[in-house]
Design a protein around this ligand. Structure first.
Ligand code: GTP
Ligand code: SPV
Ligand code: MN
Length: 596
């Protein structure tokens, strides 16, 4: 399929290492993918679902020990330890290559080696980048064929260039003790062993499009971010683009596809989805910041997705989708998950493939009693999305008006506020915190600092990453997007969400765009600009102004505690913390001290 000598050398070296029975190059044709789907069903890797109700859809179950990203087994292997920084696990590259090759050696015996040429970004787009993933998993091949552009066309575009990312995955024994997800940013290389789950093995996604690409972006003057990209169309037909970084399972897919409340729809407001997880952003010829979504599909959280919360995501899963770790409804061979509807199936297998009794469900022990794993996912082609932006395929990128940070904070962070300027916005992003979710292995619901939602995904020293953000701001000057922070997750004393969220988040997006266009005033506070309560439109909303005011507050004592925690957080970065950010923290403390 190619004469590219660097590609051929990589494939033959890996072949010699893992010793497969055969080698199959993925050409991207439907006929080849169909053959693999049939083979996956035969081997039991994939379960074919009801062809009438879910045409072209499959279910896959992973091992119960392999259901999420594994941050404590994820490494950034730079030659110098300090270059990986205090927030990444580090290992010497030579030592890690040897360890991983020992684990993977001869592990493809009796198996097929698949070679997947893939493009992140529309093939041939000046913003796109190419990778080759080698894998022994049909699940990986079929998912990569949804999440990225794969096949012959990618190799044709690559030609004889050596500018591509080497991805190597080996399922091995799915042994959690020998599981490693390793990035070698200086070599453009990724190796993943002993997992077969989503973000650990679809190497185009977090490993390449964030960890490797963030490193490339710093060196080449662009940004790779954990951000959705949406277009907000107003009644005049003007579209403004917003990029938003929220940590895993904190609402990116939902916001990217939101359906505005009815009164706004009637006026002509609409949301267009460009991306739901990753943004690559460059400064365009006109000096503004332009973003593309490097992916070609959505790897979305299934639980909680329903026709009301996210109609467009649900629609996207109705054909040619792959479901991972959801429940199988035995009555009609379809899928189910918590929050899909109010009718749990009477005859079903849970995500582990065991008979499931809906009466035993205990929301305090979801992993054991839920039908679907809390981090169960759908892989859906972007073309299925009813609100996919017309800009999705062009590869030119969309101009970003606003950057939004956010997370899960039961207390403290108000519904929305605007940073004082770019540098202050970088400070807000660098200090972001959120409660942990099921998207990564480990405890759930613990508040941790997750700067720019990139803590698990930054491929280099985070102090340098903050510096890169500041540098980008300097280059953008007065054309820089405005920076905001949102929090949909404030709760009352009983733990109920105070803000309705989902489609109603449109009310906040409208305020954000109005701020960008200088159409609405705001109240200056110690933390930034907050909306006047009357400027958040409450039409048709069952919420009194007092409740809204309660989530638009700045509590002096709580923010002083926050500032103290940020001080601790910042200590990690040592002398690589940009002085401007230390100044920002001092400024916040000074403004808080002035409050009564
Ligand atoms: P990753 O794919 O892991 O990066 O996640 P994501 O950021 O795309 O999160 P997603 O949109 O899939 O949402 C994760 C969970 O948050 C789901 O259970 C949603 O139902 C819930 N969620 C999303 N938006 C809102 C909101 O506005 N309010 C509330 N209360 N919950 C929300
Ligand atoms: C995330 O965890 O942020 C995801 C899912 O988007 S995964 O691809 O597993 O990283
Ligand atoms: Mn994500």
């Amino acid at each position: 399929m190619t004469n590219n000598s660097s590609v051929l050398r990589f494939v033959s070296e890996m072949q010699a290492l893992v010793d497969p029975d055969s080698v199959v190059w993925i050409d991207g044709s439907e006929s080849q993918l169909d053959t693999l789907r049939a083979l996956g069903v035969k081997t039991g890797e994939m379960i074919k679902l009801n062809e009438e109700k879910l045409p072209g859809c499959y279910l896959h179950r992973t091992k119960p020990n392999d259901v999420a990203r594994v941050e404590d087994r994820t490494f950034i292997c730079t030659r110098k330890e300090e270059d990986a920084g205090p927030t990444n696990h580090w290992c010497d590259p030579q030592e890690m290559y040897e360890r991983l090759y020992d684990i993977a050696r001869d592990s493809y015996r009796g198996r097929t080696m698949y070679v997947i040429p893939f493009s992140m970004g529309p093939i041939g787009s000046p913003l796109a980048k190419i990778g080759i993933e080698i894998t022994d998993s049909i699940y990986v091949v079929l998912n990569m064929a949804i999440m990225t552009r794969v096949g012959q066309k990618v190799l044709d575009t690559l030609g004889d260039s050596n500018d591509w990312v080497r991805g190597f995955h080996a399922s091995c024994d799915i042994d959690p003790e020998k599981r490693y997800i390793c990035q070698f940013p200086e070599d453009n290389a990724i190796i993943s062993v002993n997992s077969a789950y989503g973000g650990n093995v679809l190497l185009g996604k977090k490993c390449f499009a964030l960890r490797i690409a963030s490193f490339q972006g710093r060196n080449e003057g662009w940004m790779a971010e954990h951000m959705l990209i949406l277009g907000l169309e107003n009644p005049k037909g003007e579209v403004r683009y917003i990029a938003a970084a929220f940590p895993s399972a904190c609402g990116k897919t939902n916001l990217a596809m939101l359906i505005p409340p009815e009164y706004l729809r009637k006026k002509g407001y609409k949301i267009w989805t460009v991306g739901d997880d990753i943004a690559w952003m460059r400064i365009g010829k006109d000096g503004r910041l332009y973003a593309i979504n490097p992916e070609n599909g959505f790897f979305g959280v299934a639980p909680g997705t329903n026709a009301h919360s996210n109609f467009n995501a649900l629609e996207s899963t109705k054909r040619n989708a792959i479901f991972t770790n959801v429940a199988l409804n035995l009555d009609d061979n379809t899928v189910w998950w918590e929050g899909l509807d109010e009718n749990p199936p009477k005859h079903a297998l849970n995500w582990r493939g065991e008979p499931w009794d809906y009466r035993a469900y205990d929301k305090n022990d979801k992993v054991r009693t839920a039908a679907a794993h809390p981090n169960s996912r759908f892989t859906a082609p972007a073309v299925n999305c009813p609100c996919l932006s017309t800009e999705f395929e062009t590869g030119e990128g969309v101009p970003i008006s606003a950057i939004v940070f956010g997370g899960r904070r039961a207390k403290l962070a108000p519904l929305v506020y605007q940073s004082r300027d770019w540098v202050n916005g970088v400070f807000i992003g660098s200090a972001m915190a959120s409660e942990t979710t099921a998207a990564a292995a480990g405890a759930v619901g613990v508040v941790r600092r997750d700067p720019m939602a990139m803590l698990p995904f930054c491929g280099y020293h985070m102090g340098d990453y903050f510096r890169h953000w500041l540098d980008m701001g300097e280059r953008l000057g007065d054309k820089a997007p405005k920076i905001f922070n949102v929090n949909w997750f404030r709760t009352d004393k009983d733990g109920n969400f105070l803000w309705p969220g989902y489609g109603d988040n449109m009310r906040v997006l409208n305020w954000i765009i109005d701020r960008c266009e200088g159409k609405v005033d705001a109240r200056e506070t110690a933390i930034g600009y907050l909306p006047y309560p009357q400027d958040i439109d409450r039409t048709d909303l069952d919420m009194d102004v007092a409740t809204l005011e309660s989530i638009l507050d700045v509590d002096k004592a709580a923010w002083e505690k926050e500032a103290a925690e940020i001080t601790e957080h910042y200590k990690k970065f040592g002398d690589r913390l940009p002085a401007q950010l230390a100044d920002q923290l001092a400024g916040l403390k000074a403004r808080l001290a002035e409050l009564d």
